[in-house]
Design a protein around this ligand. Structure first.
Ligand SMILES: Nc1ncnc2c1ncn2[C@@H]1O[C@H](COP(=O)(O)OP(=O)(O)OP(=O)(O)O)[C@@H](O)[C@H]1O
Ligand SMILES: [Mg+2]
Length: 439
C-alpha cells in the first residue's frame, strides 16, 4: 500500500514537473520531449501518409520471396519465381525532420513527374494526417521540397517584440513562422491594407503610428471617416484631411512637394532623396489613408471633378513618391475596380499587400492579386475571433499569415502626444514651394 502511494506521489510530482516545464519553458520542453517524438512519428508514418496523400509513385522493383505468388497482393507479379519483378509504391525520400520555433521542417526529394505544387496541394491532407495546425510547402531548389509544419497556431497570442531601430521600418506583429512582421517603407514603399469591418485594419495603422512616431519622419493622415480615427493622433501628424475637399488640397500639396523634390534631386545629380547629402535631404513622409473608398465614391455628378483630381493626384504620388521619400499606406474595406479606373491603377502601384479577414472571395483576389491560390484560401479562412490576422505579401515575394500586435487607441494616442515635439509642421515642409500651393 505504501509502495503504491509512493509510486503515485512520484508520478504526480513528475506530471506536475512536466506541466510546469511546458508552461514556463515551452521552447526547451518542445526540443527535449515533443520534437523527438514528433520526428520519430513523422518518419515512421511517412510511407502511409505519402500513400494516403497521393505523393507516391509506382516503381518496378525486384522482390525476393520464399513463397512465389505471395506478393501478388502488393502489385503486378511479372515472374512467378523467388526473384520477382513487381510494382511497388515508392515514397519521396525524406531527410530528418529538424526542429523550428513552432514545429518542424523536413526536406524531401521529389519523385519523377512531381512539382512543388503537388505538395502544396496535399498540404492540408498532410496537416490532418500528422495532426498539426498547418503545413506549408516550398521549394528551395529544383528537385527538393521543404515541408514546414506549425504544431499550434502561433498567431492565437502574439506578444510584443522590441521596436526596430531602422528608419522607416516598423515591427508591427509576428509572422506565423515566429519571425517579426516588419513593414519597411524603403523596401516596399506603398501598401494596400484591406479587410472587412472589425478585421484589424485601423489597429495596424495604430501600430504604424506608434512605430513611426519616434522616428524623424513626417506623418500625414487622410481620414475620410470624418476624422474619428486619426484626429486623436493629430499632435504627431503634420497634416490631416478629414473631408474630400481637404483631401484634394492636401494631395495637391503632396504632388507639388514631390515635383519640388524632383528638382532638388536633379540639381544635385541624385536619383532619389537618399542619394542627397544628409544636410539637404528632405524629410520622408508617410501618408496614411483610412477608408480609401470614400475618396472615390460619388454621391452625385457634381463630385466628379473632385474625385478625378483626387484620384490623379494619389496615383501620381504612388507612381513617383518612392524616389522622393513619400510613402503610402492605404486602408479600405474594398479596393476594387468598381470604384473606378483610378483605384485599379493605384493598386498596381502598391506592391505591399495586406489582406485581413474578408467576407467575399473578390476582395481577397483584388488585394492579393494573382498570388498563390492557397493565399486566397487562407485569407478567406481567417476567423472573426482573431482580428489582426492577415495574409501579407511583400518584401520577399512570398506570402505569410501574420498577426499585428494589439495597439489600443490610447497607446497610439500616448505615443503621438509623447513625440509631438518631433512633428515637422506642414508649413515648414511646404515653405519653399511656389505660393500657389501655400495660398
Ligand atoms: N492584432 C489584434 N489583436 C487583438 N485584437 C485586435 C487586433 N486588431 C484588432 N483587434 C480588435 O478588433 C477590433 C477592430 O479592429 P479595427 O478597429 O482595427 O478594425 P477595422 O478593420 O479598422 O474596422 P473598421 O472597418 O470598422 O474600421 C479592435 O477594437 C480590437 O479590439
Ligand atoms: Mg478602421
Amino acid at each position: 500500500m505504501r509502495d503504491a502511494l509512493v509510486v503515485l506521489a512520484v508520478l504526480a510530482a513528475l506530471a506536475a514537473g512536466l506541466w510546469a516545464w511546458r508552461r514556463w519553458h515551452p521552447g526547451s520542453f518542445w526540443l527535449a520531449l515533443r520534437y523527438p517524438a514528433a520526428a520519430v512519428s513523422v518518419r515512421a508514418s511517412w510511407r502511409r501518409v505519402a500513400l494516403g496523400c497521393g505523393l507516391t509513385k509506382k516503381r518496378q522493383r525486384f522482390w525476393f520471396t520464399t513463397v512465389p505468388g505471395l506478393v501478388a497482393s502488393t502489385g503486378v507479379v511479372r515472374v512467378r519465381r523467388r526473384f520477382q519483378r513487381i510494382a511497388v509504391d515508392t515514397k519521396p525520400f525524406m531527410w530528418l525532420p529538424m526542429p523550428t520555433r513552432h514545429g518542424w521542417r523536413v526536406t524531401l526529394h521529389t519523385l519523377e513527374g512531381q512539382t512543388p505544387g503537388d505538395y502544396a496541394d496535399a498540404a492540408e491532407a498532410l496537416a490532418h494526417s500528422w495532426g498539426v495546425h498547418a503545413i506549408r510547402a516550398s521549394s528551395p531548389r529544383p528537385g527538393r521540397v521543404v515541408l514546414m509544419a506549425t504544431v499550434y497556431d502561433p498567431l492565437v497570442k502574439v506578444e510584443h517584440l522590441p521596436a526596430s531601430a531602422d528608419l522607416l521600418t516598423v515591427t508591427v506583429g509576428r509572422l506565423e513562422d515566429g519571425r517579426p512582421w516588419t513593414i519597411d517603407f524603403r523596401v516596399v514603399p506603398h501598401w494596400l491594407n484591406a479587410g472587412a469591418t472589425q478585421s484589424g485594419k485601423s489597429n495596424l495603422a495604430n501600430a504604424l503610428i506608434v512605430g513611426l512616431a519616434p522616428q524623424p519622419v513626417a506623418l500625414v493622415g487622410f481620414d475620410l471617416k470624418g476624422g474619428v480615427e486619426f484626429t486623436p493622433y493629430a499632435s504627431r501628424l503634420s497634416a490631416l484631411a478629414t473631408s474630400r475637399a481637404e483631401s484634394v488640397t492636401l494631395l495637391e500639396d503632396l504632388v507639388c512637394l514631390m515635383i519640388d523634390r524632383m528638382g532638388l534631386c536633379r540639381q544635385a545629380g541624385a536619383r532619389n532623396i537618399w542619394q542627397l547629402p544628409p544636410g539637404i535631404r528632405p524629410i520622408p513622409i508617410v501618408v496614411l489613408v483610412d477608408e480609401l473608398a470614400e475618396l472615390y465614391l460619388m454621391a452625385d455628378k457634381s463630385e466628379k471633378d473632385e474625385i478625378a483630381k483626387t484620384s490623379t493626384a494619389l496615383l501620381r504620388v504612388a507612381q513617383l513618391g518612392r524616389a522622393f521619400g513619400i510613402y503610402l499606406f492605404c486602408c479600405g474595406q474594398r479596393i476594387g475596380s468598381d470604384l473606378g479606373p483610378g483605384v485599379t491603377a493605384l493598386r498596381a502601384q502598391c506592391s505591399g499587400r495586406i489582406c485581413h479577414r474578408v467576407n467575399d472571395p473578390e476582395t481577397a483576389t483584388m488585394t492579393l492579386g494573382d498570388l498563390d491560390p492557397a493565399a486566397l484560401v487562407s485569407a478567406r479562412a481567417i476567423p472573426a475571433e482573431t482580428p489582426g490576422v492577415a495574409i501579407v505579401a511583400g518584401q520577399d515575394g512570398q506570402w505569410y499569415r501574420a498577426r499585428s500586435f494589439y495597439v489600443t487607441e490610447q497607446t497610439a494616442e500616448h505615443a503621438a502626444r509623447a513625440h509631438a515635439h518631433l512633428t515637422p509642421s506642414w508649413d515648414e515642409i511646404t515653405s519653399h514651394l511656389p505660393d500657389t500651393v501655400n495660398a
